[in-house]
Write a protein that binds this ligand. Structure first.
Ligand SMILES: *[C@@H]1O[C@H](CO)[C@@H](O)[C@H](O)[C@H]1NC(C)=O
Ligand SMILES: *[C@@H]1O[C@H](CO)[C@@H](O)[C@H](O)[C@H]1NC(C)=O
Ligand SMILES: *[C@@H]1O[C@H](CO)[C@@H](O)[C@H](O)[C@H]1NC(C)=O
Ligand SMILES: *[C@@H]1O[C@H](CO)[C@@H](O)[C@H](O)[C@H]1NC(C)=O
Ligand SMILES: *[C@@H]1O[C@H](CO)[C@@H](O)[C@H](O)[C@H]1NC(C)=O
Ligand SMILES: *[C@@H]1O[C@H](CO)[C@@H](O)[C@H](O)[C@H]1NC(C)=O
Ligand SMILES: *[C@@H]1O[C@H](CO)[C@@H](O)[C@H](O)[C@H]1NC(C)=O
Ligand SMILES: *[C@@H]1O[C@H](CO)[C@@H](O)[C@H](O)[C@H]1NC(C)=O
Ligand SMILES: CC(=O)N[C@H]1CO[C@H](CO)[C@@H](O)[C@@H]1O
Length: 823
């Protein structure tokens, strides 16, 4: 035996060397992805390199591998990698080559989605804003200026991959590349130019000679040899436009993203598993989770308008990289079950048989030796099914679930029967929670004398569109003008009215603050109207317009205006309206603090910071600075910004993103439970009603130093930093629920151990994590068995069977074990 195993290992490693020196042959047919002749189904997950840090990459990739994935997918983020025309940046977490090399080192494949238009809830859909400002450009259509930029960047990325040997054809990890992104969803309004554009896109991609196949997602008319793929919550009814193409699910949405003012979307593990199992049941060969790890929109990268800094996505790995349990583990179990059938699924012939309403048995059989693999699905929304497969056994298939049957006669997995741990994450105050020391602050006013007195940097006789004026170098654009009231009959009861395309407006008249406004309910263009007092003679009107991420989706999304673009701006008196839109306006891009890098603790700026006994609160346009110690341990660090309004935060000079804890989520629509049954949609199950949309902000540990750290905030609306504190994220409560014949595994995190068992019942326990209850029967030893196995351990495992609990069960009764433990 020992010799036999050694030989297998030697052969396996030789095989690796062989393929990595010569490169792999990636091909496909309608049943399989074929890698060097081996027929595969591929399980992939999206992890975007700029949404985490280089230091986090190896752990995220390893957890994806441990979760049973074969491949990692990432878009390429053009706007970050080419921030100025022909000036590239591949440093730090923009080093996608390093990212894909780590994927390769972990033994995983990679999917390269170049776009370079990508949506991705990224600022301006990933396209750099300078492209918008090129003369003659029309984005994403048959336009020479656009095509030239798109081809130049695509070629640059492909060449970098080739130089690093990243394509599978060179022995690297990349088995597929994507060009464009969901164009088929929006191409109608582009007309004939859209059609000829997509033909050009396909030719341009093929001419890159990557040696691996190209895909186009959501492109029903994808030109050959592009593979058309599906994005959505479910893709079981999808058919590619070429019968020879494999059925590929490039974006199976594991959850959804979040807007400022929005609630937290939640998609159950049962429903994600159902969607994936249905997809493979119906002949799918490639599934990519969007997102497997969402991460954070650091800096000003969040798309728009109004997408939050957190891009958690309710993905299998949470924003901080911790397994989101039970989703991560339940999908891991699904992947293992699907892989049991890989050979038969990819060579076999699937036939389906109906068993009553909405119940289908799909049998895959190997043509040569007759071995079988089955999916038994019940897509009914409310009725569970009992299915009698005669000699293959009897099965209970809950509503909206799929059972996977090895050899068609043994249930190895059911999407609705979750055996995985549920973790309830908690934020722990750093240091002693009862007497934690408040941070001490210094502050600096944003210098606004110039703009309040009407001085800008350049002038125009019209109201400019914001990204045209700023090239998106800042969120902020000042518009100022002066108005002479001599000759006006009345200066009483005057109203300032500003129509803006968004996203936030602050108004001042004669250096006095008038008011602020922003979009609500997802609307971001609005009319601001406030009474103002004017004086005889010259009056100064100062408007500060703020963007919160540029729109990135839809036909002609790139032309969506922002800022006061065209206005009108009007002064409305009791008798007349005075349109001042075509006054001479003076402009200034950005804040003085941005220009002098007040956020960077390494820049002196010392004289700017003020130390006063009482730090001013609820003061607009104010900078705050404090220092803090690095929390001990390895758990992820967050900063709680409750009490602040809106702005941006930096730790040791690195932006941790925009913050807006004063923007509360709608207080209605949430419920404690979420029925996994029935089609999912983003608003189906939401949490966090009536709370700040995002209160905690991730501070990656690699941003921290051994000794003192600096937190700097720019507060736009006015807030109070008194309660700001640093916390760590860890598992507070671990619940387990496992069926007869399975293992119940529990684990804590960050070196903590299980300190208490709050609930344990082997029987037919009811309820869910946090509110379990004893059912109609239970083994009296339930508590002591679990206590003995788990207390004082970082993790424990209990095999769920009557034997473990020292009882014998009568007839057909199966036990189930539910446990709630405190870490
Ligand atoms: C790659 O594999 C496919 C399918 O197995 C085969 O048809 C093709 O000839 C192979 N190409 C090369 C270059 O070996
Ligand atoms: C039958 O073929 C499948 C591949 O389709 C293989 O996995 C399985 O081991 C074979 N079974 C027998 C009994 O040879
Ligand atoms: C699958 O096998 C069944 C029975 O062996 C046969 O009737 C059917 O035509 C086959 N289908 C395909 C697509 O080969
Ligand atoms: C407003 O207009 C009316 C009639 O047009 C006039 O009688 C009145 O004096 C005006 N009021 C002011 C404050 O100018
Ligand atoms: C201004 O408004 C007040 C209250 O609405 C009104 O009493 C007053 O007459 C108005 N003045 C003018 C000049 O319109
Ligand atoms: C205000 O003036 C601008 C620029 O002259 C013009 O385009 C716009 O139509 C005017 N708006 C109104 C409401 O009169
Ligand atoms: C700070 O926290 C305390 C205690 O929770 C609370 O009473 C107070 O209102 C908070 N202050 C601010 C500015 O949020
Ligand atoms: C809050 O949500 C409910 C439904 O969930 C909706 O009817 C209501 O309009 C929302 N309110 C706001 C302010 O968005
Ligand atoms: C491709 C696809 O299935 N898209 C769907 C994704 O889910 C949303 C919300 O349910 C649908 O509107 C899309 O049609």
């Amino acid at each position: 035996m020992a010799i036999y195993w050694t030989e297998v290992l030697v052969i396996a490693s030789l095989a690796c060397l062989y393929t990595s020196s010569l490169g792999a042959n990636i091909s496909y047919d309608s049943n399989a992805i074929i890698i060097d002749g081996e027929r595969r189904v591929i399980l992939s997950g999206a992890i975007h390199y700029p949404r985490s840090t280089v230091e986090m990459w190896p752990d995220l990739i390893q957890k994806a591998k441990d979760g049973g994935l074969d491949a990692i997918e990432s878009y390429i983020f053009w706007g970050r990698n080419e921030p100025q025309r022909r000036k590239y940046d591949f440093s730090g977490n923009l080093d996608f080559v390093k990212f894909f090399k780590l994927v390769h080192e972990a033994g995983l494949y990679a999917i390269l989605r170049i776009g370079p238009y990508i949506t991705a809830e990224w600022n301006y859909g990933g396209v750099p804003v300078w492209v918008h400002n090129l003369p003659g450009v029309q984005i994403r259509t048959d336009n020479e200026v656009w095509k030239n930029e798109m081809q130049t960047f695509t070629t640059k990325i492909v060449n970098m991959c080739k130089e690093a040997g990243l394509f599978a054809s060179q022995g690297g990890p990349i088995i597929f590349s994507q060009i464009e992104n969901e164009y088929g969803n929006v191409d109608g309004p582009y007309g004939a130019a859209g059609k000829s554009y997509i033909q050009w896109v396909a030719k341009m991609a093929v001419s890159q000679n990557t040696g691996v196949p190209w895909i186009m997602c959501q492109q029903p008319d994808a030109p050959q040899p592009m593979i058309n793929t599906c994005n959505g919550y479910y893709c079981d009814n999808f058919t590619p436009n070429n019968p020879k193409s494999p059925k590929m699910f490039t974006e199976n949405w594991t959850g959804w993203f979040k807007n400022w003012g929005g609630r937290d979307p939640f998609r159950t593990a049962e429903d994600v598993a159902f969607s994936v199992a249905r997809f493979f049941q119906s002949g799918g060969v490639f599934n990519n989770y969007y997102m497997y790890y969402g991460g954070s929109n650091f800096g000003r990268n969040a798309g728009g308008p109004y997408i939050t800094t957190s891009y958690d996505y309710n993905a299998p790995l949470d924003e901080y990289g911790n397994p989101n349990q039970p989703k991560w583990r339940h999908l891991k179990d699904l992947h293992a079950a699907i892989k049991l059938g890989e050979k038969i699924l990819t060579t076999g012939n699937g036939t389906s048989k109906q068993y009553g309403n909405n119940v289908h048995l799909t049998t895959y059989a190997d043509a040569k030796n007759g071995s079988r693999f089955c999916f038994l699905s019940n897509s009914d929304v409310s009725h569970d099914a009992n299915v009698d497969l005669q000699q293959d056994g009897k099965y209970f298939v809950p509503a909206w679930s799929v059972s996977i049957l090895e050899n068609c006669n043994k249930e190895v997995y059911n999407t609705a029967k979750v055996n995985a741990q549920t973790s309830i994450m908690v934020k722990k105050q750093v240091g002693s929670s009862r007497h934690h020391k408040r941070l001490s602050w210094v502050w600096a006013p944003e210098a606004i004398k110039d703009t309040l007195s009407g001085k800008g940097r350049f002038k125009a006789d019209l109201l400019l569109e914001q990204k045209q004026a700023t090239d998106d170098s800042s969120d902020y654009l000042w518009y100022t003008t002066s108005v002479n009231t001599n000759g006006k009959s009345s200066l009483e009861n005057v109203t300032l009215r500003v129509r803006t395309q968004g996203h936030v407006l602050h108004a001042f008249v004669n250096q006095k603050y008038v008011g602020s406004q922003w979009g609500t309910n997802g609307k971001y263009n609005f009319v601001f109207e406030k009474p103002v007092s004017l004086k005889r003679g010259t009056n100064i009107i100062t408007l500060l317009s703020t963007t919160v991420g540029l729109a990135g989706y839809g036909s002609f999304y790139d032309l969506t205006p922002v800022g006061i673009a065209g206005g009108p701006v009007e002064l409305i008196g009791s008798n007349s309206t005075w349109n001042i839109s075509s006054n001479q306006w003076s402009y200034k891009v950005g804040l003085n603090g941005e220009i002098s890098q007040l956020y960077n603790p390494n820049k002196a700026n010392l004289r700017r910071w003020r130390t006063t006994l009482d730090v001013p609160v609820r003061r607009r346009l104010t900078w705050y600075k404090t220092t803090f110690k690095t929390p001990s341990g390895t758990d992820s660090v967050v900063v709680d910004l409750l009490g602040l309004g809106k702005g941006q935060a930096w730790v040791n000079g690195k932006s941790i993103g925009r913050y807006w804890p004063s923007f509360y989520a709608n207080s209605s629509g949430c419920s404690d439970s979420c029925d996994y049954r029935g089609g999912y949609f983003a608003e189906k199950c939401v949490t966090n009603c009536g709370n700040p949309t995002q209160r905690w902000y991730h501070v990656p540990r690699s941003f921290l130093k051994k000794d003192g750290n600096t937190l700097i905030l720019f507060e736009e609306f006015g807030g109070n930093p008194l309660n700001v504190s640093f916390q760590t994220v860890t598992i507070g409560t671990a619940c387990g629920n496992a069926y007869e014949g399975h293992e119940l595994d529990l684990s804590c995190q960050g070196g903590k151990t299980i300190s208490e068992i709050k609930f344990a019942s082997y029987g037919d326990p009811q309820g869910k994590c946090g509110s379990f209850k004893k059912g109609s029967w239970e083994a009296s030893s339930s508590f002591s068995v679990v206590d003995k196995a788990c207390i004082g351990r970082e993790s424990c495992s209990i095999s769920v069977s009557s034997k473990t609990f020292g009882i014998s069960l009568l007839g057909n009764v199966d036990g189930r074990l539910a446990v709630e433990a405190i870490c």
